[in-house]
Design a protein around this ligand. Structure first.
Ligand SMILES: NC(=O)c1ccc[n+]([C@@H]2O[C@H](COP(=O)([O-])OP(=O)(O)OC[C@H]3O[C@@H](n4cnc5c(N)ncnc54)[C@H](O)[C@@H]3O)[C@@H](O)[C@H]2O)c1
Length: 249
């Protein structure tokens, strides 16, 4: 039997690479997309049944070209690529604001639309999973378009679940909390930030890249066959803790 195909964007390292490894363990053939050509090639070499592609997901023509090269229609798409630019609202330049939205929101739309059309045409029971963030639920200071785009990605997830459900395509989001890896690596290299952030999480630990990969694989599995349009928050209950962080007396 031919293997199922998983397409993971932003997979040269961090959470995306962990998702690619988990999908490979689950028996998928995996296609890793990233703007960093060398890094994604290196990551794919260490994963069984993996292929690497250099692709900027905000470029619709580039995405179409890659989808025509990967050999088959993805059964699973994980929109994981993301960037953040830290500036206060009064300081951020329009081009930076636009670039963040272009990758984090429009990029996920471009890849989803292209893949979903192929799923429809091949009558595939497909799965799309969008990696959002708790920053889209409770914005962190200085995250400008990241917070707005991640919130938008959850709304896009809900809408795609409605429109693609009749085609048999499930669409869900995963919102990671404080993750010890990927783009947060520099934050947790600072022992003070590491300790205070760990203490803020009700489970009293940072999340791992594998915690997110496991949540993605659950949503992609038949165990989640009736779950669509959902945002699975994977944060050790951090987003529920705001009131408990304010002293009573
Ligand atoms: N690490 C965290 O603490 C955390 C928390 C919440 C959400 N997230 C989300 O998880 C996802 C993965 O982040 P990560 O922490 O692994 O960070 P990361 O920086 O390691 O991974 C992001 C990847 O996306 C790639 N990328 C950037 N722009 C691209 C483009 N235009 N086209 C294709 N690829 C592109 C990067 O090269 C990089 O490999 C992101 O969407 C991020 O917002 C991360």
């Amino acid at each position: 039997m031919t293997k199922k195909l998983a397409l993971i964007t932003g997979a040269s390292g961090g959470i995306g690479a962990a998702i690619a490894r988990a999908a490979s363990r689950e028996g998928y053939r995996v296609a890793l997309l990233d703007v960093q050509a060398e890094a994604v090639k290196k990551t794919a070499l260490a994963i069984e049944n993996a292929q690497a592609f250099r692709c900027d997901i905000s470029d619709q023509d580039a995405v179409e070209t890659i989808l025509n090269q990967i050999g088959g229609v993805p059964d699973l798409l994980v929109n994981n690529a993301g960037i953040v630019k830290f500036y206060p609202i009064l300081e951020i330049a329009l081009e930076d604001f636009r670039r963040v939205l272009d990758v984090n929101l429009t990029g996920a739309f471009i890849v989803s639309q292209a893949v979903a059309k192929r799923m429809r045409d091949s009558r595939k029971i497909g799965n799309i999973i969008n990696i959002s963030s708790i920053g889209g639920i409770t914005p962190s200071l200085g995250t400008n378009a990241y917070a707005a785009g991640k919130a938008g990605l959850v709304k896009l997830t809900e809408l795609m679940a409605l429109e693609l459900g009749p085609l048999g395509i499930r669409v869900n989001a995963v919102s990671p909390g404080f993750i010890d890896g990927g783009m947060s690596t520099p934050i947790y290299a600072n022992p003070k930030a590491r300790a205070s952030r760990t203490q803020a999480v009700p489970l009293r630990r940072l999340g791992s890249e594998e915690d997110i990969a496991e949540a993605v694989m659950f949503l992609a599995s038949s165990a989640a066959a009736y779950i669509t349009g959902h945002n699975l928050v994977v944060d050790g209950a951090l987003t529920h803790s705001v009131l408990s962080q304010i002293p009573r007396d």
